[in-house]
Design a protein around this ligand. Structure first.
Ligand code: CO8
Length: 373
């Protein structure tokens, strides 16, 4: 049985960022326009008026200050409220592949490796741009990687499930290395006209290079163990699928986008994640005081503060549990990997850290790593 290690990571960050104030100004202009157009029905009580959103609420409820998006103008146009991402022809690279390739090149460069050193590509994301051919195979082709590639989807937990999948293949000896990429275009699955969730998500792509832990030169993170769990819940759901009504048959596509019962998610996922991490650490005989860093899923600051305190048994010191959601918002599967990529260089050889993702499914995945080299 072989061992696996993370040898490189990369993040593709879109060039456009939307602040809470910009987002709220667009939403409120849309709401005012809707209320004016429906004034008579609102007066008659047959249509509900749309209340304003607020930057103060968004920051207090989530800790989010801004989010990166592939297209800003479409999202901020009160008459549109949806990113303007023109369809690409079959001869052009898909958007997800393009983002993932950018992040993957950074991960390869960090590890000092090339495409020739990679045996497999896993594109692990909460939404895929098309059914097939797999986005992962397109990424494989764009990077000129031999071997194989496939897509997988476990919503926000896709990255940790991808890490375990790659790690297990490396351990068994069927491959020596894999790229696990998480391109997330959340802006295209979000209803920007829904006040309850319009602030939650952003776009990004991450990549990890995972290799057989043998003769590794540079600094790397040994994957000590992984642990996954799922439990069915309807509280985070997107009904878009090939068996659903087609566009011209429907008047309402709201259930084909991200929907959630945020309060229930909050209450049900927190104990699930805390117990999952505690059990994983106990199984590995890893004490809280030996854990130098927690790279948590980036959905909500209050949630992360709670989990950090529960896992460490005290309020985490600054930097022990880094958040990136203030700048990126929730980027689904990519969140914990952005935190890992940006806040792991300073760990010393022998330091332990834990990557944890959680989200729709429900799903939770944790990865215990040890810095080496
Ligand atoms: N501005 C002002 N007021 C608002 C706003 C707003 N924008 N939104 C809601 N309010 C109001 C509500 O109407 C409510 O008013 P009232 O009390 O009068 O009814 C009040 O503020 C409080 O609302 P909530 O109870 O909804 O607010 P919370 O404090 O619960 O915060 C959160 C809402 C931030 C959504 C919080 O519940 C949360 O973070 N929950 C956990 C969410 C989570 O982790 N979800 C995981 C999703 S990710 C995933 O796995 C799926 C990935 C798929 C990717 C999809 C890409 C798009």
């Amino acid at each position: 049985m072989y061992s696996a290690a993370i040898t490189g990571s990369g993040v593709f960050t879109p060039e456009h960022s939307i602040s809470n104030d910009e987002l709220v100004a667009a939403f409120n202009a849309y709401a005012d326009q809707f209320n004016a157009e429906n004034a008579a029905a609102i007066e008659a009580g047959t249509v509900t008026a749309k209340p304003h959103s607020s930057s103060d609420f968004i920051f207090a409820a989530s800790g989010i200050e801004r989010r990166y998006v592939l297209d800003k103008s479409g999202v901020l146009d009160p008459a549109r409220m949806f990113p303007s991402l023109p369809d690409r022809s079959d001869d052009e690279p898909s958007l997800m592949a393009e983002m993932a390739v950018d992040a993957a090149r950074t991960a390869l460069a960090q590890a000092g490796k090339t495409a020739a050193d990679v045996d497999a590509v896993i594109c692990a994301a909460s939404n895929h741009e098309r059914a097939y051919p797999a986005i992962a195979v397109e990424i494989q082709q764009m990077l000129e990687i031999d071997g194989f590639a496939f897509d997988m989807n476990v919503a926000c937990s896709s990255a940790t499930f991808g890490i375990q999948t790659a790690t297990d293949m490396i351990k068994s000896g069927s491959i020596c290395s894999a790229l696990v990429v998480c391109p997330e275009i959340c802006s295209a699955h979000l209803e920007w006209r829904d006040r309850d969730c319009h602030f939650i998500f952003g776009d990004v792509a991450t990549a990890l290079l995972i290799e057989r832990d043998e003769n590794l030169d540079g600094p790397h993170f040994k994957i000590k163990s992984t642990r996954l769990a799922t439990k069915f819940s309807n509280n985070i759901r997107n009904n878009n699928g090939f068996l659903r009504r087609t566009r011209d048959q429907m008047d309402d596509r709201r259930d084909m986008q991200f929907m959630q019962n945020g309060r229930k998610v909050f209450k049900e996922v927190l104990p699930m994640v805390s117990t999952h991490i505690a059990d994983h650490m106990a199984e590995e005989d890893l004490q809280a005081d030996a854990l130098k860093r927690l790279w948590l899923h980036q959905a909500n600051k209050t949630m992360n503060d709670y989990i950090g305190k529960k896992v460490l048994g005290r309020v985490p010191d600054a930097g022990e549990q880094p958040n990136i959601l203030q700048d990126y918002a929730n980027t689904s599967s990519a969140g914990s990997i952005i935190a890992f990529s940006k806040y792991s260089d300073d760990l010393a050889a022998g330091d332990f850290g834990l990557i944890c993702s959680f989200g729709a499914g429900y799903s939770v995945g944790s990865v215990i790593v040890e810095r080496s080299g």
